[in-house]
Design a protein around this ligand. Structure first.
Ligand SMILES: Cc1cc2nc3c(=O)[nH]c(=O)nc-3n(C[C@H](O)[C@H](O)[C@H](O)COP(=O)(O)O)c2cc1C
Length: 292
């Protein structure tokens, strides 16, 4: 694919390439997001962010913020307070989790068009940043009215073509995403099992942007591969640790990411076992794999 001539625009925002870090709850902390950006991701998302929650969030890197809620209380204030620290607003309509089921958010609110419309309208009225929704595979009769709302309020639609029952497993149904592409003029951000440059190139023949999820976990270097700019020194957990300490991330979060970064390294299962039982930062820092 010729990367030089093409421009990638999402709403009023120009992106340097079509490779985005998919929203991933608990995975996408600010240190991890920064590393994915360093490796070439043109846009990085937070995980699910509830505008009604009082949990502090660090947005110094200006990520795309993914919202989840099924009420509009506090939404306007949240947008106003965080708009300057955000590159794009996304509203989640795809989360398949038990928590989403209990709180009637994500995938479990797709039939609630009145509240979806109300939420999108409030976001749109309070920002000039691009607005997107993220959906997953569902009956077209449920999805079609959502597309109409997206056409009214949004700049693009992210599609993860697995059903709620599939969760994140099994084959994504590219055909479903193709169908959505024919039903809307909005750009489509494709998400699901895109794990290599070849796969990304194939997907980008048909869709406008591509999100990388699991392949980036513990492996921000995937974005070097996608952009074709592979440096001599790849990103390691040591780089993560430096940023995590800068941003004062919790020990639990650092440990979680240390485990993620064992992906693909020799003796990973042994190191993971060691990491799982540790309660000391010193133990994490001692591990040799950090320095390779
Ligand atoms: C650990 C994990 C957390 C996720 N959290 C979110 C989330 O907060 N919001 C969301 O829209 N999707 C979430 N997803 C779905 C991803 O954004 C993506 O659509 C899905 O993993 C398929 O892409 P992949 O095959 O590249 O991983 C999550 C996926 C994983 C594996």
């Amino acid at each position: 694919m010729d990367m030089v001539k093409k421009t990638y625009k999402l709403g009023n925002v120009k992106l340097k390439n079509p490779y985005l870090l998919a929203p991933m709850h608990e995975v996408n902390d600010i240190a991890f997001r920064e590393l994915c950006k360093k490796a070439g991701a043109s846009l990085v998302y937070t995980g699910l962010t509830n505008p009604q929650s009082r949990k502090p969030i660090n947005l110094e890197d200006k990520p795309a913020i993914q919202l989840t809620c099924n009420k509009s209380n506090g939404l306007k204030e949240f947008i106003k307070n965080n708009d300057k620290n955000c590159s794009l607003w996304d509203f989640n309509l795809g989360c398949p989790s038990l928590h989403a089921k209990k709180s009637k958010t994500g995938f479990f609110m797709i039939k609630n068009l009145r509240i979806i419309a109300e939420i999108l309208k409030i976001i749109k009225q309070n920002t000039k940043k691009p607005l997107t929704i993220k959906i997953r595979k569902a009956d077209l009769e449920d999805i079609t009215p959502i597309l109409a709302l997206a056409e009214k309020y949004c700049d693009a639609i992210a599609v993860h073509p697995r059903t709620q029952e599939q969760g994140y497993a099994g084959e994504p149904d590219v055909e479903f995403a193709r169908k959505i592409k024919t039903l809307t003029k909005l750009p489509i951000i494709y998400s699901g099992n895109v794990n290599s440059r070849q796969e990304a190139d194939n997907i980008l023949q048909e869709f406008d942007f591509v999100m990388i999820g699991r392949q980036a976990i513990g492996n921000p270097n995937i974005f070097y591969e996608l952009t074709g700019n592979i440096p001599e020194k790849l990103i390691t957990f040591k780089d993560y640790l430096k940023l995590a300490e800068k941003y004062k991330l919790s020990f639990q979060q650092i440990k979680f990411q240390a485990i993620n970064f064992t992906k693909g390294i020799q003796g990973a299962s042994k190191i993971r076992a060691l990491l799982s039982s540790t309660r000391k930062m010193g133990d994490i820092k001692k591990l040799e794999y950090l320095y390779n």
